[in-house]
Design a protein around this ligand. Structure first.
Ligand SMILES: NC(=O)c1ccc[n+]([C@@H]2O[C@H](COP(=O)([O-])OP(=O)(O)OC[C@H]3O[C@@H](n4cnc5c(N)ncnc54)[C@H](O)[C@@H]3O)[C@@H](O)[C@H]2O)c1
Length: 270
């Protein structure tokens, strides 16, 4: 259902890899709600080509950018303002990747070069994006930036490995930059801590299928689907949430504040 709540708004959406991606759903919903935006992803991800379908469907341009590369970000931000015809009202940072997870490393034996890459791609890229936007004064007043996080930032989920550390850093960057950008331009910056969701990044985590079932049973409302996450992003991009900033917002069906559910406790009966 569309209410045109983003009519006239301009955005940049990072991270749509395929139709399962959370960013893909956000782009579809933002389009339905009347926004114009640029789609971006790492040049290597473009090779799969699926993003072209999304660009066509939403009438968007694609500007490739490795989110760890400042030159790429400079080009992305300046080109986006030019192509969209004005300052940017919303940015979605939907980026995550850990070479340690990919290579099946144990947290206690992680490779430190990979570890730095995890931090750079999954967390510092948010800082780089915001710094680039600030340098070019590319975000509108009351603009809204969202990065996607996960509860492993606060609680231990062993197989999430160094992505947990990256998410803690990501949430901290959202708070710190949220302060500075808030003072300077009234830009709001938040993270959404999303339920486990079946996507390419999600499925990279060991034991993901068991984990998603556990999480489902531990959430009074069940796991939040990707489309519901997209709806939440739209709400936060809109003008109806103008004073929400520097928050980590759980979008998880109640998982974060549930100690145990009856369904789970019954599994431990005689
Ligand atoms: N799937 C889940 O269970 C889940 C849960 C909570 C949070 N998240 C977060 O949601 C976000 C989106 O992930 P997703 O689940 O939609 O998976 P996804 O694999 O579809 O998206 C991850 C994206 O990151 C992009 N990316 C990787 N390296 C990059 C780089 N150097 N520059 C630019 N882009 C790069 C990938 O190309 C991909 O499009 C991530 O931050 C992820 O950690 C996912």
């Amino acid at each position: 259902m569309s209410t045109n709540i983003l009519k006239g708004k301009r955005g940049i959406i990072f991270g749509a890899l395929n139709s399962q991606s959370i960013a893909w759903k956000v782009a579809e919903r933002a389009h339905e709600e009347g926004a114009k935006f640029v789609l971006t992803n790492a040049p290597i991800a473009m090779r799969m080509g699926e993003i072209n379908t999304l660009a066509e469907k939403t009438g968007s341009e694609i500007i490739p950018a490795d989110a760890t590369n400042l030159e790429d970000l400079d080009n992305l931000v300046t080109q986006s303002v030019e192509k969209l015809g004005g300052k940017i009202d919303f940015v979605l940072h939907s980026i995550g990747m850990s070479p340690n997870v990919r290579k099946g490393k144990h947290y206690t034996e992680n490779d430190y070069r990979y570890y730095m890459q995890t931090m750079d791609v999954s967390a510092i890229s948010l800082h780089k994006t915001l710094a680039t936007c600030m340098k070019h004064d590319a975000l509108s007043e009351w603009g809204s930036v969202i990065a996607l996080s996960y509860i492993a930032a606060q609680r231990i989920f062993p197989d999430y490995n160094d992505m947990a550390d990256a998410k803690s850093l990501l949430e901290s960057i959202a708070r710190s930059f949220g302060y500075h950008y808030g003072i300077k331009k009234k830009v709001r910056i938040n993270t959404i801590s999303q339920s486990p969701t079946v996507t390419t990044a999600g499925q990279g985590i060991k034991g993901f299928n068991e984990f998603i079932n556990f999480s489902e049973q531990m959430s009074p409302l069940g796991n939040a689907p990707a489309l519901a996450c997209a709806d939440y992003c739209i709400a936060l991009f809109s003008d109806l949430t103008k004073y929400v900033t520097m928050q980590n917002l759980f979008h998880d069906g109640g998982f974060a504040t549930t100690g145990v559910t009856q369904e789970v406790i019954e599994k431990f009966g005689d």
